[in-house]
Write a protein that binds this ligand. Structure first.
Ligand SMILES: Nc1ncnc2c1ncn2[C@@H]1O[C@H](COP(=O)(O)OP(=O)(O)O)[C@@H](O)[C@H]1O
Ligand SMILES: N[C@@H](CCOP(=O)(O)O)C(=O)O
Length: 326
């Protein structure tokens, strides 16, 4: 496959995975974005510039996660390897349970797709498959690619995802601590097996969550209960576990976001005002935490080609269904 562009810009949303009972399956895209610019170079070198989250921390060469995902995707598509310059403006905090690593991987795959002469050779399922190979689980990658809420699963036909309806009344608030926790560490404290009764409890709640998200926000409190991961992880995120308990004891549909330590609260109507009131009263108790209300992103990852001299100008790269990557 030939390359069809040499300069692209990509935007990828943060994601909150699990949503309580949907461990490794459900996720929600949030309007907090990493933006990246990739320019191909004739010289065979990689230059990475990072501003914002991760600056001075992440590698700046071939080991950079975006570069690895981009290279891997171009290789799979049989495109020629070239040097490149990558500029990252990162807003998704790292190691907080807001899908920064999935966003980086999806950014690399989507940038590679946009560079190809025919981006349609990589459909949304293929993009998800490649991203899941890097991440190990598809629950962040699916909403990062598709936007909105998604349910992803791995079956005999490979990894797949469907969109879940989200009632417009639902609002998302994230409570992000300064402290980080690597997803690998939070996965390491999970047991190999869980009691059947807990699996049954959680499966029921995951089904209920689909209905609560779609049209019954008043069911979100029950629907976000989980017995597969949050309690087991409390030992590695004591502050988050305490905040989660406090919010749930006040009736809020709060969960650990992804592998933590961020806490996500889903509210609607009066509940949103009540949460704001509670949080403003807690300011002194929650030093080291930042609360943000984030819109639910509905576009997912988007890419644009930048026109060079003699080319017709900038152009959005259509997703497999014409619009975004959905
Ligand atoms: N934009 C990025 N660019 C490069 N590496 C990244 C980026 N985002 C995340 N990473 C890598 O992923 C790690 C965080 O991944 P992880 O522990 O899964 O937490 P998160 O919940 O934020 O995804 C970072 O420490 C960094 O190594
Ligand atoms: N299902 C995963 C989700 C990890 O999300 P992240 O945003 O913390 O990377 C898990 O719970 O381990």
């Amino acid at each position: 496959m030939q390359l069809g562009a040499d300069h692209v810009v990509v935007r990828v949303p943060a994601t909150s995975a699990n949503l309580g009972p949907g461990f490794d399956a459900m996720g929600l895209a949030l309007a907090l974005y990493d933006e990246l610019e990739v320019e191909l170079r004739a010289v065979d070198e990689v230059v990475v510039e990072v501003a914002g989250e991760g600056a001075g921390e992440v590698p700046t060469g071939e080991d950079h996660l975006v570069v690895r995902a981009l290279r891997h995707t171009l290789e799979l598509a049989g495109a020629p390897l070239t040097g490149l310059r990558l500029q990252c403006a990162n807003r998704i905090p790292h190691g907080r349970g807001l899908g920064s690593s999935a966003a980086a991987v999806v950014a690399g795959v989507v940038a590679a797709r946009a560079l190809l002469a025919d981006p349609h050779v990589l459909d949304a399922t293929t993009v998800l498959r490649i991203a899941t190979e890097f991440e190990g689980h598809p629950d962040n990658a699916a909403p990062a690619i598709r936007g909105g809420a998604t349910l992803a699963w791995q079956g005999s036909g490979g990894v797949r995802a469907v969109d879940l309806e989200v009632d417009r009344r639902i609002e998302a608030t994230v409570l992000v601590p300064d402290a980080r926790l690597a997803t690998s560490r939070a996965r390491g404290v999970l047991p190999a097996q869980v009691p059947h009764v807990d699996a049954a409890f959680t499966a029921g709640r995951a089904g209920l969550l689909v209905e609560a998200l779609a049209r019954r926000p008043e069911l979100l409190f029950d629907a976000t209960e989980d017995r597969l991961h949050q309690d087991y992880r409390a030992s590695v995120m004591a502050g988050s576990a305490e905040l989660l308990r406090a919010l749930r004891s006040e009736g809020f549909a709060a969960t650990i976001s992804g592998a933590g330590p961020t806490v996500l609260a889903l509210t609607s109507g009066d509940g949103t005002a009540r949460l704001d009131e509670l949080l403003s009263g807690l300011v002194d108790d929650v030093a080291g935490w930042r609360a943000s209300r984030l819109d639910i992103d509905t576009q997912g990852a988007v890419a644009r080609r930048i026109g060079g001299p003699g080319s017709p100008g900038d152009a959005a790269v259509p997703g497999p269904r014409g619009g975004s990557m959905r």
